[in-house]
Design a protein around this ligand. Structure first.
Ligand SMILES: NC(=O)c1ccc[n+]([C@@H]2O[C@H](COP(=O)([O-])OP(=O)(O)OC[C@H]3O[C@@H](n4cnc5c(N)ncnc54)[C@H](O)[C@@H]3O)[C@@H](O)[C@H]2O)c1
Length: 348
C-alpha cells in the first residue's frame, strides 16, 4: 500500500484524490493546500488528514509519495522539499517554466533516491496509447504528415493564475506541451520548429493561439495547433502514412454502445449513463507511478522526458516571439532563453 499526500486541492488535486481512492494500491493519507478550507473539504469524505502545512505531511514517516497539483511556478520548490524528505514525487505537467528548474527537480529526486514522474497524462489516454501501438505495429506504413490540435476556452473566471502568462506560459506551455510530448513519444526527437501565434501580442490578455510546424529527425512533419480562443475543450489528431491514416477527434468519439432489444436482465429504475472506460487515464497514470515505485522499472514520463518536452514547448514560444525557426541538436533546441520569457517585445 502506498500512502499518498495530494498537494493542491484544486482541479487536478481533486482528480488525483479520486484516483487514489479508486486504486486498491493507494491510500489518500494527506491533503495539503495553502488554503486550509480547500484541504479540509477535499479530505472530508475520506480518512485523509488535511493541513495547510506541507512540512506536517512530509514529517509523517508513513507517507510514501506526494502528488503535486499546484500552479506550475511552485513545482520546483515543492519537488525539492518532498525529495529531501525521502518521498516519491508525482508532479503535474508542465514540469516547470525553465530548463534549470526542470533539471534541478530531476537531480533532486535522483540524489534522494526517490522516483519522479511528471503528469503527461495524454500518453495514458487509451486513444493516444492505442495510436502509439498502431504506429509501432506499422499499421499506416511510413508516416509523413501529422495534424494535432488541442483547443480550449480562455481561462478567465476563477482560474486567475492560468491567465497570468508569467505563471502558466499560456496555451503553448500549458496545452500544446501535451501534443509535443506525445508526438516525441511516437516519432522520437525533434529537428526543428517554426511557429506563429498571439502569445507575444497584447491579444494574449483575452485570446491566445499558436500553430507550430514541427519537423522530427526521422522526417515526419507535424502541424500542432493550440488555442485559448475557442468555446470549449477538444482535441484531435490525424496521422497520414504510406499505408493509411489514423484519426482521433475527441468530439467525434463514439462511446461504447450496447442496444439490446431483449436485455438479458430487466432494467430496474431509469437508465443511467455508464463510462465506456474501465479506468480513467488519470488512474492509469497513477497506477503506472505506483507500479514503478514497487518494481523500480523505468517511468514512461520521468524527469528527462518531461524536460525535453518542456524544451520543445519553449522552442515553440521562442519561435513565436522571434519569428525564427528554432533548430534542435540531439533533441535539444538551440535557445536564446532557457526559460519562459513573459514580456511582450516592444515593436516599433
Ligand atoms: N494533466 C492535465 O491534464 C492538467 C490539467 C490541468 C492542469 N494541469 C496542471 O496541474 C497543476 C495544477 O493545476 P490546477 O488546475 O489543479 O490548479 P488550481 O488552481 O485548480 O489548484 C491549485 C491549488 O493549489 C493550491 N496551492 C497553490 N500554491 C500552493 C502551495 N505552495 N502549497 C500548497 N497548496 C498550494 C491552491 O490553493 C489551489 O487549491 C498545474 O501545473 C497545471 O498546469 C494539468
Amino acid at each position: 500500500m502506498t500512502n499518498i499526500a495530494v498537494v493542491g486541492a484544486g482541479t487536478m488535486g481533486t482528480m488525483h484524490a479520486a484516483s487514489c481512492r479508486a486504486l486498491p494500491g493507494a491510500t489518500l493519507a494527506w491533503v495539503v493546500d495553502e488554503d486550509p478550507e480547500r484541504a479540509a473539504s477535499l479530505a472530508a469524505p475520506t480518512t485523509a488528514r488535511a493541513t495547510a502545512d506541507l512540512a506536517e505531511a512530509l514529517a509523517d514517516p508513513a507517507l510514501d509519495a506526494v502528488i503535486l497539483a499546484v500552479p506550475t511556478p511552485s513545482h520546483r520548490a515543492l519537488t525539492e522539499r518532498a525529495a529531501a524528505a525521502g518521498k516519491h514525487v508525482f508532479c503535474e505537467k508542465p514540469i516547470a517554466l525553465t530548463l534549470d528548474d526542470a533539471r534541478a527537480m530531476t537531480a533532486a529526486c535522483e540524489r534522494a533516491g526517490v522516483r519522479f514522474m511528471v503528469g503527461h497524462v495524454v500518453r495514458f489516454f487509451p486513444e493516444y496509447a492505442r495510436i502509439g501501438a498502431l504506429l509501432d505495429a506499422g499499421s499506416v506504413g511510413e508516416v509523413g504528415v501529422v495534424r494535432a490540435s488541442r483547443v480550449n476556452a480562455y481561462p478567465f473566471v476563477g482560474r486567475g493564475w492560468y491567465s497570468d502568462f508569467a505563471w502558466s506560459g499560456g496555451p503553448i506551455l500549458d496545452m500544446m506541451i501535451h501534443d509535443l510530448d506525445t508526438l516525441r513519444w511516437y516519432f522520437g526527437e525533434i529537428a526543428r520548429v517554426y511557429a506563429r501565434g498571439l502569445s507575444y501580442t497584447p491579444h494574449r490578455a483575452a485570446v491566445d493561439y499558436a500553430l507550430a510546424i514541427v519537423r522530427f529527425a526521422n522526417g515526419v512533419v507535424a502541424h500542432v495547433e493550440t488555442s485559448w480562443a475557442h468555446s470549449g475543450f477538444r482535441t484531435s489528431i490525424e496521422i497520414a502514412g504510406s499505408g493509411g491514416i489514423i484519426r482521433h477527434a475527441s468530439d467525434e468519439t463514439t462511446s461504447l454502445r450496447l442496444e439490446q432489444t431483449a436485455p438479458a436482465a430487466p432494467v430496474r429504475g431509469v437508465n443511467v449513463p455508464h463510462s465506456p472506460l474501465a479506468e480513467s487515464p488519470y488512474q492509469t497514470e497513477l497506477r503506472h507511478f505506483l507500479d514503478r515505485i514497487a518494481d523500480g522499472g523505468p517511468i514512461l514520463t520521468g524527469g528527462d522526458e518531461a524536460t525535453r518536452s518542456l524544451a520543445a514547448a519553449l522552442a515553440v514560444l521562442e519561435s513565436v516571439r522571434t519569428g525564427r525557426a528554432i533548430p534542435f541538436t540531439d533533441g535539444w533546441p538551440m535557445l536564446e532563453s532557457q526559460g519562459l520569457v513573459s514580456d511582450i517585445p516592444v515593436t516599433v
